[in-house]
Design a protein. Structure first.
Length: 294
């Protein structure tokens, strides 16, 4: 879950044992703080299933071992929903402006939504509506607690991180934005289908248009965009905002580089998930204005 604060380099404790804060500058004066929830006492991670995820290497990143999850009992789920609610309240009281629910990339909420992982036979599994029930309960609880105008939702229906994928991602994405409309949340942050490289350049599939048309709030698209593609998507009404990840990590002054149409640092994928506090995170150089303007 992301907590958004409109203030430079301000840190605050969540007050929740086991929660740590990761800070990433996203645009101009905005800072995003991510709560990373860890299971206490080295317990197994919770999930919608008991199925283990086998190690799966990605390009430039070694395979990682995953702990076998523990399937939530049905009477535990309301308590987990309440944990999200309390975390959101704590964040607002700490001075954050809003919350982005991370319903993407193989994390807990995504696991419930995707039929490759969710093998439940109760009211949280099986049909599309049942698989999305947990995500919507979390969103509703947070919206009721802090106000829907402070809530965003991130979703990646086409992604397959940690082998968490869906057999009908188009239907999943469309259903979720239609249901999120009923909760009147501020925005939906959506990840494009997997990109392909053509002549050394990422080709963005642009598969989000039905979701954009169906969603009533602010629609954010992410996934392989550069300056040119991002500007084009906004100009054509494909999205309201564009989110940048990898190139922002490698370019801490990305807004200034875009403003000047300057050269970008190339990210090093092999350092994306390292435990080093500097390498791959804070060691990318800032812009040398005189040398990098086209």
């Amino acid at each position: 879950m992301l907590c958004i604060k409109r203030e430079r380099f301000s840190f605050a404790s969540s007050g929740i044992p086991g929660a740590s804060l990761l800070t990433v500058q996203i645009i101009k004066r905005y800072i995003t703080f991510m709560f990373r929830y860890l299971q206490p006492n080295r317990q197994a991670p919770i999930s919608c299933t008991n199925k283990a995820v086998s190690p799966e290497p990605e390009e430039g990143v070694p395979a990682m071992e995953h702990a076998t999850p523990r399937k939530l009992e049905i009477d535990e789920i309301p308590h987990v929903v309440n944990d999200f609610r309390l975390a959101a309240r704590n964040a607002i009281e700490a001075g954050f402006d809003g919350i982005e629910i991370h319903g993407a990339h193989g994390y807990l909420v995504d696991q419930f939504m995707k039929d490759s992982v969710n093998d439940r036979t109760d009211q949280y599994g099986g049909s599309l509506e049942n698989r999305c029930r947990f995500a919507l309960e979390v969103t509703r609880a947070i919206s009721d607690e802090i106000g829907a105008d402070r809530v965003g939702f991130r979703i990646s229906p086409f992604a397959d991180y940690s082998r968490c994928f869906d057999s009908d991602p188009e239907a999943l994405g469309l259903y979720m934005v239609q249901e999120l409309n009923k909760l009147n949340i501020l925005y939906c942050h959506t990840v494009e289908p997997r990109m392909v490289v053509v002549k050394g350049r990422y080709q963005i599939p642009h598969g989000l248009l039905p979701m954009k048309k169906a969603f009533n709030g602010t629609f954010i698209a992410a996934g392989g965009y550069d300056r040119e593609e991002g500007n084009k998507a906004i100009k054509e009404g494909y999205a309201d905002l564009i989110a940048y990840g990898r190139i922002f990590l490698a370019n801490p002054d990305l807004p200034k580089r875009f403003e000047l149409n300057a050269l970008l640092n190339t990210y090093d994928r092999s350092t994306f998930y390292t435990s080093d506090p500097v390498v791959g995170y804070t060691d990318y150089p800032f812009l040398d204005v005189e040398e990098n303007i086209f």
